[in-house]
Ligand binder design. Sequence first.
Ligand code: URA
Length: 188
Amino acid sequence: MDWETLKTDCLACQRCPLHATRRSVVFGQGVENAEVLFVGEGPGEQEDLQGIPFVGRAGMLLDDMMKMIDLDRSRVYIANIVKCRPPHNRDPLPEERDACSQWLKKQIEIVDPLIIICLGRIAATSLIDEDFRITRQHGQWFDVGGRRCLAIYHPSALLRDVSKRPETFTDLREIRSEIRRLCPEVYE
Ligand code: URA
C-alpha cells in the first residue's frame, strides 16, 4: 500500500467510536522516509482542530525538546497511537488503541525509521512492552522489530512536573548520540 492510499483510508476511518466526536483525523506530519519517528498518544483539542500532531502547549515543548538536540519537524516524522481525539483528553481505551493500531503499523512499515521515540507511557506500552514503566524505563533502548526504540516522558507530563525535565534532557542527549551513530545524515 502506498502512502497516499494509506492516508486517504485513514482519514475515512470509522473503526472505533472516536470517529463520531472528532473534527479531524490527525494522521501525522513530517518526512515520509524519516530515520527518526516520534510517537505520541493521541490528538488534543488543538490537534483535533488543526489536523496536525503536537500543535498545542505540549507541541510547543516538543519543538523545544527537538531543538535542544538539533532536530526539527523537517527531519523527523511525528505520529500518534490514536489518530482521533479522545473526549476530554482522557487516555485512549485499549479497544480504541487496538482499532487504530493498523494505521501506525503501516506508517512504520512505509516510513521505515531506524529509531522510534515513544512520547510517554501510552506510546511505550503500545509499542515496546505492555508492562512498560515510564518512571523506571525511560531513556533505555529496546529492540522493536529490528528498530531502536526509546521512551521519554510525554511533553504534557513535563509541563505538569518540571522536576522530570533534567532526566529528560539526559534522555534527549542519548537520542542525539544514537542518531549520530546510526544515521548521521539526519544532521546533514
Ligand atoms: N499529545 C499527543 O500525544 N499527541 C498530540 O498530537 C498532541 C498532544
